[in-house]
Design a protein around this ligand. Sequence first.
Ligand code: NAD
Ligand code: SER
Length: 322
Amino acid sequence: MSNETILVIGSCGQLGTELVESLRGIYGDNNVIASDLKASDNPVFEAGPFEVMDILDKAKFEEVVKKYKPTQVYHLAALLSATAEKMPEFAWKLNMDGLFHVLDAARDMGIIKKVYWPSSIAAFGPNTPRINTPQFGAMDPTTVYGISKLAGELYVQYYFNRWGVDTRSLRYPGLIGYKSAPGGGTTDYAVSIYHDALTTRKHHCFLNPGTVLPMLYMPDALKATLDIMHAPAENIKIRSSYNLAGMSFGPEEITAAIQKYVPGFSTEYQADYRQAIADSWPAVIDDSRARQDWGWKPDFDLDKMTVDMLENLKKQYPQNSM
Ligand code: NAD
Ligand code: SER
């Protein structure tokens, strides 16, 4: 693995902040180039190279590829579901043009050997079975984010089939972690609820009770991402994107899980436009193909994640913690 050079695009977001740290642990600080629209003051990024780069600026991106010669690209820059609904035209441009710049460079420049690009549960829609959502079946996303993810899935598969670009992809559920803030998704409440539990003791939820969604704890998301990228090419039998599951719960269930450790914590419900987005998504995902093909198995359920989240967040809020 030491001969690899990795470029991470959109490094400073919820996933990238943690992924850069993990990748540097594996490949070495100087072999992982972080990049984002602007420099970050997060000390995580001080350990290795950082490039200020807008993925929509194709010339700059190609310059960065020529400079560092990355053998792998993790392309994470996107507008997520809730933000994308506020600026749908720009979301389509960023989510699709950014992906094309990466795929075209992998096809044409002879430098990038492998591309990771995440899809989402948002690629599904109201006609997809919500329980045990299958790997293959009806996909009719209702958001511009979901439409861009479904189109992206088909394009990463197309570049693999047509030009042999080694593309790998996961349909992430909502990601939950304590090291970085989420960037404008419909599942973001499941991160802020832990911060509220340790500060105000009250969470104002933008989804209704009973809104069950698939979620994944960040250590499991990192494990899945690295595992699919490290798996032998012949094990990657799905080149669109793999279903991936960790746990499923509604806001009242995560509230109850937190109350076990933070007595007096409560949630008030006031659904907004994100409720309709959540209602169009699956509740429980069937990830058996990821399990079969490259050995996926999550480590965290709701209770185990809650213990870990609270333990770690208490260090951020020592004055308020119990
Ligand atoms: P995020 O919003 O937290 O981070 C995205 C990063 O991309 C930000 O740091 C942003 O500055 C950067 N960015 C935006 N426009 C850019 C541009 N033009 N050029 C370069 N960088 C740019 O998102 P995230 O949660 O880290 O998600 C990463 C990827 O994973 C996305 O593709 C997202 O769709 C996918 N995903 C995330 C989740 C989740 O719950 N977080 C779930 C499913 C899929
Ligand atoms: N967590 C993401 C979102 O809510 C799902 O892709 O947008």
